[in-house]
Design a binder for this molecule. Structure first.
Ligand code: FES
Length: 165
């Protein structure tokens, strides 16, 4: 992983070169999040400081963005699409199925810290609906068999590289 000093130096440079630094807010939050694993309060403060924003301003933005994690997440983050197309093609059963299989409610993380289950607005793979992202990688159209296979393979694979979330 990129050392923190190097990361922050690069982010400072990008921000200094940008005409509209606030437009980099999401990118900066994601970069800082990749470093820490999630955007805890101290990480949020550091990102806000880089952007010359207040932590409150940045936190308001973070709450609108499903891929910024203000709480710890599991090693694999399952972003289950609840957009209109996926909803019509089976989102409710997909969420129930995953929830039952993993014994975790929407928004939660499994006890072993392996999976976090997050409903998410359209992920841009409507042609694969019902669809989900696993650490950013798309899967679909989902069926119970396909979900079983995905979970089995992820469990066998073990923890992903830290950058993958
Ligand atoms: S509505 Fe699910 S990917 Fe677009």
């Amino acid at each position: 992983m990129e050392p923190k000093e190097e990361l922050f130096k690069n982010l400072r440079k990008q921000i200094a070169e940008s005409e509209h630094p606030r437009e980099l807010a999401v990118d900066v939050m994601l970069a800082v999040q990749r470093h820490y694993g999630y955007l805890h309060d101290k990480a949020l403060e550091e990102a806000a400081d880089l952007l010359r924003m207040t932590p409150l301003e940045l936190d308001e933005l973070a709450t609108f963005y499903d891929f910024v994690y203000r709480e710890p997440v599991g090693q694999y983050v399952l972003h289950v699409c609840d957009g209109v197309v996926c909803w019509m093609n089976g989102y409710p059963w997909v969420l129930d199925y995953l929830s039952n299989k993993l014994s975790v409610h929407a928004g939660g993380t499994t006890e072993d810290g392996m999976f976090t289950l997050l409903p998410t607005a359209c992920i841009g793979y409507c042609d694969l609906s019902p669809a989900m992202l696993v650490n950013g990688r798309p899967y679909g159209p989902l069926t119970p068999e396909k979900i079983d296979d995905i979970l089995k393979r992820l469990r066998e694979a073990g923890p992903p590289p830290k950058l993958a979330r």
